[in-house]
Design a protein around this ligand. Structure first.
Ligand code: 2NE
Length: 271
């Protein structure tokens, strides 16, 4: 893990009083390819955004106009079974990051300029919304470089664009422009590159006006079927969180603490 003052490959900003956290992959010279360290830094940022009650929406982006993220840094990929950092240990920690984004109970928006390819394409797919600049390019390169993502990279893609197109995207490993991505349902909207930042802010502010609990439960619900038991757990956790805030839930806890029998008689059994 890393601490905030150790962030080197990622930039993390929180807007004063507005509720927006912005995570920027900061390796533009490599088209924002990620190393194990980049992923650890992103993990730290997403955890902070989750824990901070002032944050209501998270934006994931890449530094510069040329790339959102070009996936795993192939120069540190090892035959030992993953991407290797300074500690010499091979890791595929981006898979944990994907789950962290899915489970973060706040909306996460991918703001994509330039290339979103390989593992970078999967990162935008696991975000809840994608706003693309008109120079954005999407695709999976894995089969060309001897890699694949048979987790969310496959299942979530098929959910988003359908089985035939998902087969095409993976089997041919072509790159697609922003308009094609829009017509396929891979992204929510396409805007001119110079408006990407402003449009992302507009979407954030609109989201921030809405009920945080409604957004939280909807995110869980929209992911629940795909995530199986883990998805039900997330949705179930939201139900427990709400129940703990209710009079009925607190009657049970209070009765236990008072060493008396709980009295649930005043709580209606609604149809
Ligand atoms: C992204 C793309 C299409 C951009 O092309 P272009 O022409 O705009 O830039 P260029 O010249 O290729 O890249 C600029 C510099 O960035 C490095 C390049 O090697 C180049 O370095 P220099 O020659 O200037 O020294 N660079 C770019 N992407 C890199 C990467 N991923 N790793 C290391 N260096 C990279 C074009 O650059 C491209 O196709 N990049 C490779 C995309 C790719 O194959 N990514 C890995 C897919 S596998 C994966 O991400 C993955 C997974 O499948 C499963 C689990 C985890 C990860």
């Amino acid at each position: 893990t890393v601490a905030k003052e150790e962030l080197r490959e990622v930039k993390y900003e929180k807007s004063e009083g507005e509720g927006i956290a912005r995570i920027t992959i900061d390796r533009p010279e490599k088209r924002n390819a990620f190393t194990p360290r980049t992923v650890m830094e992103m993990t730290w940022c997403f955890a902070d955004a989750r824990e901070d009650p002032a944050v209501g929406v998270v934006v994931l982006r890449g530094e510069g106009p040329l790339a959102f993220c070009s996936g795993g840094d192939q120069s540190v990929r090892s035959a030992a079974g993953g991407y290797v950092g300074a500690d010499g240990i091979p890791r595929l920690n981006v898979l944990d990051l994907q789950m962290q984004i899915r489970r973060l109970p706040k909306p996460v928006i991918a703001s994509v300029a330039g290339y979103a390819v390989g593992g970078g394409h999967i990162l935008h797919m696991v975000c809840d919304l994608t706003i693309a600049a008109d120079n954005a390019v999407f695709g999976q390169t894995g089969p060309k470089v001897g890699s694949f993502d048979a987790g969310y990279g496959s299942t979530q893609m098929a959910r988003l664009i359908g089985q035939k197109r998902a087969h095409e995207m993976w089997f041919l490993a072509r790159l697609y422009d922003a308009q094609t991505a829009l017509s396929w349902g891979l992204v929510n909207t396409v805007v001119p590159l110079d408006q990407l930042e402003d449009e992302t802010l507009v979407w954030c502010r609109e989201i921030l006006r809405n009920s945080p609990t409604a957004l939280r439960v909807l995110k869980s619900a929209l992911n629940a079927a795909e995530d199986g038991q883990a998805g039900i757990q997330q949705l179930g956790g939201d139900a427990t969180l709400l129940f703990y805030q209710s009079e009925e839930g607190n009657e049970g806890r209070q009765a236990y603490m008072d060493k008396r029998a709980p009295d649930f008689s005043r709580f209606k059994r609604l149809p």
